[in-house]
Ligand binder design. Structure first.
Ligand code: PRT
Ligand code: ZN
Length: 303
């Protein structure tokens, strides 16, 4: 069924078609209650229940689509975003955008790594090296900030094999768990940039309808992100130990206290904890006198 809102009033969001950010980007939309069918061969899909169209592209194209105003919004790694912004700035092309939200997925760091056996005592040891990277702009910026010279060799992928092939003496690449570096007998010596996925927006003005839809989308995104770590905790507390127990509840300000039928020495405590609740916290609560402790996930939140 074609969407009822006219195209000019529908937000257009670019997300990665297939890669590390695809599933999390689609999940975020789903958790915001926005229905988009999974991409098959289609480039553009219309949400059935929200004035939003999703364009599925390579992640490298997302900053440009947003900066050129082809899409209103994009979800992209900050590494790709900053690299593209620096590149466009040096080419004299428009590079304006706004970061709407930092998202809680796609976390990684851009690090300089050396062969394991090469000694390293600080950034000065990197001077004069040949460094292979997919992120020449961010790498150049790091060396300029340190006042060091280095030769940068651009590679579009498989950067980790460059030292072994004699293409470079060091690399500057994304690291998540570090296992790719280990497998290639490399070690990270400097982190030059920390990244997560970002929800970005074009700086071109939106129609009133689009602005309204964006406001709702952002409010829902906040609700989803707030709920991701938060837990609902329920327990029984002896009245005498209540103050001590309240202090142990992580990231919770005003718990709800309810009477317990048939036992006026205890109360039921219900609280939203903004931080993760670990087994250690539960053990401390138990030690302080709490019983019947339940920790429940929270699906959505609106403050
Ligand atoms: O096809 P398209 O161009 O859309 O995708 P792509 O292949 O360029 O990107 P993709 O899907 O690999 O990554 C998309 C984004 O995910 C990146 O721009 C980062 O923002 C983020 N991200 C998070 C990562 C990683 N973690 C990551 N580990 N991107 C890449 N890696 C690679 C890294 O380059 C290295 O080869 O994974 C390897 C290291 O991982 P570990 O876990 O062994 O350290
Ligand atoms: Zn890419």
């Amino acid at each position: 069924m074609p969407p009822t809102t006219p195209p000019k009033d529908r937000l257009r969001l670019a997300i990665q078609k297939s890669g590390r950010l695809s599933t999390d980007s689609l999940d975020l939309l789903a958790r915001c209650g926005i229905k988009v069918k999974a991409p098959k061969e289609k480039l553009l899909l219309h949400s059935e229940n929200f004035p939003l169209d999703v364009l599925f592209v390579r992640d490298d194209d997302i900053p440009q689509l947003v900066m050129d105003g082809v899409c209103d919004l994009g979800i992209v790694g900050n590494n790709v975003l900053q690299e593209s912004a620096l590149e466009r700035r040096s080419a004299g092309t428009g590079h304006a955008y706004q970061i709407e939200r930092e998202l809680d997925f796609g976390g990684c760091r851009l690090a300089i790594a050396l062969p394991e056996e090469r000694p390293y005592s600080g950034p000065a040891d990197l001077a004069g090296l040949r460094i292979a990277t997919t992120y020449p702009q961010l790498t150049k910026r790091y060396f300029a900030e340190k006042g060091l010279q280095a030769e940068i060799v651009y590679l579009s992928g498989s950067v980790e094999v460059a030292p072994r092939l004699g293409l470079a003496e060091a690399i500057c690449d994304l690291v998540a768990t570090g296992s790719t570096l280990d497998a290639n007998r490399l070690r990270a010596v400097e982190t030059i940039f920390k990244s997560t996925a970002m929800l970005i927006r074009s700086d071109r003005p939106l129609t009133a309808e689009k602005a309204h839809a964006l406001e709702i989308l952002l409010r829902r995104t906040d609700g989803v992100q707030l709920a991701a770590e938060a837990k609902y905790i329920m327990l029984h507390a002896p009245k005498a130990a209540l103050e001590a127990i309240k202090k142990l509840l992580p990231g919770s300000e005003n718990p709800t206290l309810l009477p317990l039928a048939g036992d006026d020495t205890k109360v039921a405590v219900h609280a939203v904890c903004q931080e993760a609740v670990f087994w250690e916290t539960m053990e401390s609560l138990k030690k302080a006198g709490a019983s019947s402790i339940l920790v429940l996930p929270i699906e959505k939140m609106m403050l």
